[in-house]
Design a protein around this ligand. Structure first.
Ligand SMILES: Nc1ncnc2c1ncn2[C@@H]1O[C@H](COP(=O)(O)OP(=O)(O)OP(=O)(O)O)[C@@H](O)[C@H]1O
Ligand SMILES: [Mg+2]
Length: 279
């Protein structure tokens, strides 16, 4: 296992390579294609978005080729509003060795519920519902700011990412890559792709190590306390609907552990600390 410094140096090198390679061009082209579709991206209050996602008519319009889980692009319509969405049907989930089959969509919703409990609005509105391909997660598609490169935000340890780092530690995110950060016009940064969260085994894999070992700010401690209290109440009830009881108990322990340490976690030298690929 390479040591921590090696891992970071390697990740930085790889990120540079990926930037240079054809792959980056293809991704940019795919983004431009999505943009050219002229998708409806209305600004909605969270409750309004959730009602639309849960009750609207869902039309699937394409497959996101970058997705390893057959994520689909769609439009949801209801009450005179239409909005672009990403849909990940359970049937499209790729089996993984470290997560039970057919559980990723529910982890995405559990992450949204936890994000709501933080009050930080990190995860776009997300629900579990039926679509033409059966049950899956449905999430509002977010209009990102093409002028902001999330890799730059990560490299600069942009303070807006601190909250996301705290959130990831709480949900045990194993896939926080730069491409899963969505900077919006106006400055808010969303996080997406939370299908591999809430493992009972500690395995935080993230590019957001910029604050490792540093003490949490007062606001971050307050939010972790809110989460810990919520886990004994409404948040805990909501998570029990979506996760295995062992995973909810592990979340209680994780959040309590973060509060006890008072600091951003350090990478565990016995496990991979970075997602693959990091971009
Ligand atoms: N809600 C959203 N709004 C806007 N763009 C999104 C949203 N969710 C995902 N995307 C974009 O679509 C890409 C693919 O989605 P996502 O990463 O969730 O799929 P995935 O199948 O889990 O991908 P992989 O396993 O390959 O990382 C993301 O990297 C991001 O660029
Ligand atoms: Mg992804």
């Amino acid at each position: 296992m390479p040591d921590e410094a090696d891992q970071f140096a390697f990740a930085a090198e790889l990120a540079d390579e990926l930037e240079d390679e054809e792959e980056a061009d293809v991704e940019a082209e795919a983004e431009a294609t999505v943009e050219s579709l002229g998708l409806p991206m209305p600004v909605l209050a969270v409750d309004e978005a959730l009602a639309l996602l849960a009750g609207g008519d869902l039309e699937l319009i394409g497959r996101l080729w970058v997705s390893s889980n057959n994520a689909l692009l769609g439009i949801v319509r209801g009450d005179g509003i239409e909005a672009a969405v990403i849909h990940k049907p359970v049937i499209g989930e790729r089996p993984l060795s470290d997560f039970p089959d057919g559980t990723l969509a529910r982890r995405e919703v559990a992450s949204f519920v936890t994000s709501q409990a933080t009050g930080w609005g990190i995860v776009p509105p997300t629900v579990l519902r039926d679509g033409p391909l059966g049950s899956g997660m449905l999430q509002l598609w977010i209009r990102t700011d093409p002028e902001v490169d999330p890799v730059d935000l990560v490299n600069a340890a942009d303070p807006r990412l601190r909250r996301i780092a705290v959130f990831d530690a709480a949900v045990n995110n194993t896939d926080r890559k730069a491409g899963h950060l969505l900077p919006m016009p106006g400055g808010h940064v969303y996080g997406v792709d939370h299908g591999v969260t809430f493992s009972p085994v500690p395995k935080l894999r993230t590019v957001l190590w910029g604050w490792r070992g540093q003490p949490f700010a007062e606001e971050e401690v307050a939010v972790l306390r809110l989460l810990r209290a919520g886990l004994d109440g409404a948040l805990g009830d909501a998570l029990h609907e979506l996760l295995d009881p062992i995973e909810v108990r592990a979340t209680e322990r994780r959040v309590a552990g973060l509060l006890a340490s008072g600091c951003f976690p350090q990478p565990d030298p016995r496990r991979p600390a970075l997602p693959w690929p990091p971009v």
